[in-house]
Every structure is written in C-alpha cells, then in structure tokens.
Design a protein around this ligand. Structure first.
Ligand code: GSH
Length: 251
C-alpha cells in the first residue's frame, strides 16, 4: 500500500504528487493541516523526525525528503521512466533536484511575505501567528517580514534566487524540451510546483523574457498530472497574487 502524508498547498508535497500522477500511481492520502501543526504531532514525528511534509509510506518503510522520495518512486515503479538512462543525464537530473531543494527556502520566504503582508494591520493575528511558531529562527524571520514587509533583505535575496533559477532553466530548456532531456522527468516534477507558486504569488514577470521556460510552464500545466497533483489540492487557503511583489519582480 502507498500512503502519502502531505500538505495541500505544500510545494514539496506537490513534487511527489506530480511524480505519482506521471506514473499513474494512486495513493492513500493523509492530508495534514500545517497551520494546525499536525506535522509536529508525536505520531507524525515518529514517521518524519523533521516534522515536515511529505512522507511516503510504502511496504512499512517511511521515506521523507521529497527529492529522495522522487528517486524511490522511480526506482520502485520504473515505468514510465522519469530518469534518463545514461549517467550524464542522471547526473543532470540530480543537479536539478538539488537546485529545486535549494530554491525551497526562497519560495517559503516569498510565500510568507505575501501572507504576512495581509496580516500586518491585524495585531491579534500577528501575535497568534508568532506564538504558534516554535522555531526561533523562523519566528525572527516572520517578525522581520511583518516589520519590514517586502523591504526585508531576505525578500530581495529570494527574488534573486528565483531569477537565477529561471535563467538557468531557460538555458537548459532552450537545449531540450524538458529539464533533463527530451522526455518529462523527475526534475520537471520537482521544479513545477515552485514555478506554479511563483505564478500564484504574481511573479510571472520572471519568465516574461524567457520563451523556453514560459513554454515549458505552459506545457507542464497542460499535462493531466497538473490537475491531479496541483490544481485539485489548492483549496480555499491557496496563496494569492501580490501587486507589490509583482512590481519588485518587474523593477
Ligand atoms: N526538504 C524538505 C522540505 C519539506 C518542507 O519544508 N515542507 C514544508 C511544506 S512545503 C513543511 O512541512 N512545512 C511545515 C513546517 O516546517 O513546520 C523536502 O523537500 O521534503
């Protein structure tokens, strides 16, 4: 049996849902409410000591870390293949998995900056949010984002990280239809949720000048797996576009 502990709008979870959808694999869904810290419950921590989603449970083994899960899925259910067969292609794909893992922090910062901007004038909500954030580094970052808004230094750094990622993706996609070659692969499943989140936050000017990347985003969003793995899970708490963030991207 295949069980996925995941979050509806979680980008790391969406990576895994996309790969499962590309493989045509169904899973038993255990949707955690991250705002209620269900990922920090004792039962879940026993499966994933980091207290983050996703976790895939298969044949009694609990596997965390979305990029590791992607490779596990491809090794366990090899068809259709989502990794190139040649070592150089596999290395290229793994580099993209690493790049996407590195982009995760920038994505969280930008997502939080938009969420917190909406709360800035609601002292009660801010207090509640900070009280419910146990990690001191994360709490300090939230406080900076509340106080400085989009002027917080981490917002500029996160935008730069996205710009670099998009530029490098454009170079790769100008050479091949998908990130690791001619066919859709794990790297594409990993990257799409982060670009989809950027689009939702109003950052699509990032790929206004990059035709290969914008074509890839369009094609990936037209795949049946996009609806199955991303659109269907967005729900009422989905993120929203920020005109202020959009303006910073265009600047
Ligand atoms: N490197 C991890 C990152 C997982 C992660 O940070 N997941 C987020 C959702 S996208 C999460 O669980 N956040 C809740 C928390 O940090 O408490 C992976 O790729 O699996």
């Amino acid at each position: 049996m295949l069980v996925l502990y995941h979050g509806g709008t979680s980008t790391a979870s969406a990576k895994v849902r996309l790969a499962l959808a590309e493989k045509g694999l169904a899973f038993e869904s255990r949707l955690l409410d991250l705002r209620r810290f269900e990922q920090k419950s004792a039962d879940y921590l026993a499966l994933n000591p980091a207290g983050v989603v996703p976790t895939l449970v298969h044949d009694g083994a609990a596997i965390g870390e979305s990029s590791i899960i992607l490779e596990y899925v491809d090794e366990t259910w090899p068809q259709p293949q989502l990794m190139p067969t040649d070592p150089a292609g596999r290395a290229r794909l793994r580099l993209w998995l690493r790049r996407v893992d590195d982009l995760h922090e920038a994505c969280s910062i930008l997502s939080s900056s938009v969420k917190l901007a909406a709360l800035r004038d609601d002292a009660g909500a801010v207090e509640m949010l900070l009280a419910r954030t146990p990690d001191p580094d994360k709490r300090a970052r939230q406080q900076r984002l509340i106080e400085q808004g989009f002027d917080a230094p981490e917002v500029a750094a996160a935008i730069d990280a996205y710009r670099t990622f998009c530029g490098d993706a454009e170079d790769a996609l100008a050479r091949s239809a998908f990130l690791s070659g001619a066919a859709i692969g794990l790297a594409d499943c990993a990257a799409l949720p982060y670009l989809h989140r950027a689009a939702v936050l109003g950052m699509d000017a990032l790929w206004a000048q990059t035709p290969a990347l914008s074509g890839w985003i369009e094609r990936m969003m037209a795949q049946p797996s996009f609806d199955i793995a991303i659109a269907k899970w967005q729900g009422a708490q989905a993120y929203h576009a920020s005109a202020e963030l959009a303006a910073r991207i265009r600047a």
